[in-house]
Design a protein around this ligand. Structure first.
Ligand code: PGA
Length: 242
């Protein structure tokens, strides 16, 4: 099997000590795949110091370079602690924190200025899927955020397709849904931005379905939430990638 990206989004979970312990257990696994951990900002520096083979990223970043933005964390600060990636556009940031495509565009710009790699999350909600609008929703998310970047900038971005109805619900998209959406995203990006993106799947990926998800030809990796918090579950997912 080709080299996959297996990313764990810890969300607002795990203390720094718990994160370090988890990293130590994952580091012990022999794998050719790219593993990325996304801890909280508070743990980011310690986790980045601990991780040797695993890459580390931030779950969010500020949309401004620096200055009077109380509570925000700049991409320069993220780069400073040797993190390599930033998650942008997660549905929890869209829905709960009310961020929009204009915010994501600014955040990606800040990431690129600091040579940070971006995992840009897109995906439709249940209502949109039931109305048959999933392709128009993701193409709008892609166009509104990515169309102003040039091909060299876009080469630092990976897409994560995360249907909102599959996140944290235990109900993953099936292989037909994943395959057809990943193909659509890749084709759309090739035509619109002349770029071949890697596309990760996210949404209730767990040890019991990981192998099936990895069997989809157009899946370049997975973004894992809940199942990334426990070493045994996350390690089974890594092993399912072959
Ligand atoms: P989940 O979350 O694996 O818990 O569904 C995925 C995500 O939010 O990235």
């Amino acid at each position: 099997m080709s080299r996959k990206i297996i990313a764990g989004n810890w969300k607002m979970n795990l203390s720094t000590n718990q994160g370090i312990e988890l990293i130590q257990q994952i580091e012990a696994v022999d794998t050719k795949h790219t593993i990325i951990a996304f801890p909280s900002f508070v743990s980011l520096s310690s986790i980045a110091k601990e991780a040797q083979k695993i890459s580390v990223g931030a779950q969010n970043c500020g949309a401004f370079q620096n200055g009077a933005y109380t509570g925000e964390v700049s991409t320069q600060m993220i780069k400073d602690v040797k993190a390599e990636y930033v998650l942008v556009g997660h549905s929890e940031r869209r829905v709960i924190l009310k961020e929009n495509n204009t915010d994501f565009k600014a955040k990606i710009q800040r990431c690129l200025e600091q040579n940070l790699k971006v995992i840009f999350c897109i995906g439709e909600n249940l209502e949109q899927r039931q109305a048959g609008n999933e392709q128009s929703i993701v193409s709008e998310q892609l166009s509104q955020v990515l169309s102003s970047f040039n091909t060299s900038e876009l080469s630092n971005i990976t897409i994560a397709y995360e249907p909102v109805w599959a996140i944290g619900t235990g109900k993953n998209a099936n292989n037909d849904q994943i395959e057809s959406m990943h193909r659509f995203i890749k084709q759309f990006c090739k035509e619109s931005f002349k770029t071949q993106f890697k596309v990760l799947y996210g949404g209730s990926c767990k040890p019991t379905n990981a192998q099936e998800i990895f069997s989809c030809k157009s899946v370049d990796g997975v973004l894992v939430g809940g199942a990334s918090l426990k070493a045994d579950a996350f390690i089974s997912i890594i092993q399912a990638a072959g």
